[in-house]
Design a protein around this ligand. Sequence first.
Ligand code: TNX
Length: 468
Amino acid sequence: MLSAQTVIYVQNGSEDLTLVANYLAGILNPATGFGIKVESVDQAPTSGIYFALTGNEKSGEAYELTITEKLISLSSSSPAGLFYGIQTLRHLLPASIEKSSVQEGQWLIATGTIKDSPTFGYRGAMLDVARHFFSVEDVKRFIDLISIYKMNALHLHLSDDQGWRIEIKSWPNLTVVGSAKEVGGTEGGFYTQEEYKGIVKYAQDRFVTIVPEIDMPGHTNSALASYAELNCDGKATETYTGIDVGFSTFCTDKEVVYEFVDDVVRELVEMTPGPYIHIGGDESHVTAMEDYIPFIERAQAIVKKYGKTVMGWDEIAHAKLEESSVVQWWAKVENAKMGVEQGAKVLVSPATNAYLDMQYDSTTRIGLHWAGYTEVDNAYIWDPVDIAKGIPAESMIGIEAPIWTETITNMDELEYMTFPRLPGLAEIGWTPKSARDWETYKVRLGNQKARFEALEIDFYASKLVPWE
Ligand code: TNX
């Protein structure tokens, strides 16, 4: 039981441990009102909460949590593992722990031992901030929400036909013209580089890697409207606030296009501690294949030159890929296979099961349904290896759940589409197939209701789930 006397002890004053211990204190203190503190010890204490690092590897997301009547002991070979152990501890506490003001109650925790580790190293969500812009505060809240379910990557779709959302100092019109509007013609927005670095840091403190995406050579109208020279006819396009796709393209024969890509990638890389730069590559319907392929290959070479790994939507597999490159399967599994045959890796995001912008059913007021309706069970009852027939688990880095925002205009709508599907998708990334079962999962999900409410998450109360 937590009490006003509870202390979080960290082994030998380790800085890494202190950071995660402070994060736990930040979760426990608002609702308990205890003012739990972090202290350093050189030996395991007999009571309280104790964090220890075992071994010296900094990677490795496994953790062990042992709870006895007096002591909660959490160990891992890495701070990330401790962070996931904290999330588990959080779920073992009453849901009211999530409230931001002091709550009555006994903070009881069941005793026992949990040894836990993830199936996939990449467990992500994607947020489209181009169709509708989401503020820095919104993105931070989204990071907090995905990290409760042990996701560790947030892919930000930073540019599309309707908006350019990241400051690029060498091409300033991008954020003068290109970011002004969003779908529907309302005011858009962008992140300054300082703001973006703040997002990256916030994510890093929660062991979430930000994967920035600049979508090209299609989905580029916001850039084409900002700079005339990126167009074949040398004329800037009109800005666009509709929701069609596949009508724009860079002029792939022009050298200035590659100077542009080089500058954008260089500036992005300077703000990106994570390994990936996502180059988009989807739905370039007005780029001829003989132009598309060399474009992707040059963009890939630019990303490589700056020391990063390419990620791209599955169409990029038509080009010659580096073995390190990652093909994000969303539409055609044959494309993903073509990537694997070249030695590339696959990120699994089938639109039919993993897209959070798909409507739950025909009565859902927001969202799309081009890939079908995705009820809560459909988002849970699938397995990456089974669904991507012919692609071995070794070629998969993990799974990602994208949310596209053509119809999603604010945080409430975003949460409504994300919850309660995201916890199930996160579980597919974390838990082996043998331990996943809808009948027991739906009960566990139903128990999350109080937690969603305490966190003020707007969620879809699907009839398939026995909400407690
Ligand atoms: C297809 S998924 C797209 C996006 C849309 C999305 C809507 C992908 C790589 N391309 O441009 O926003 O469908 O669900």
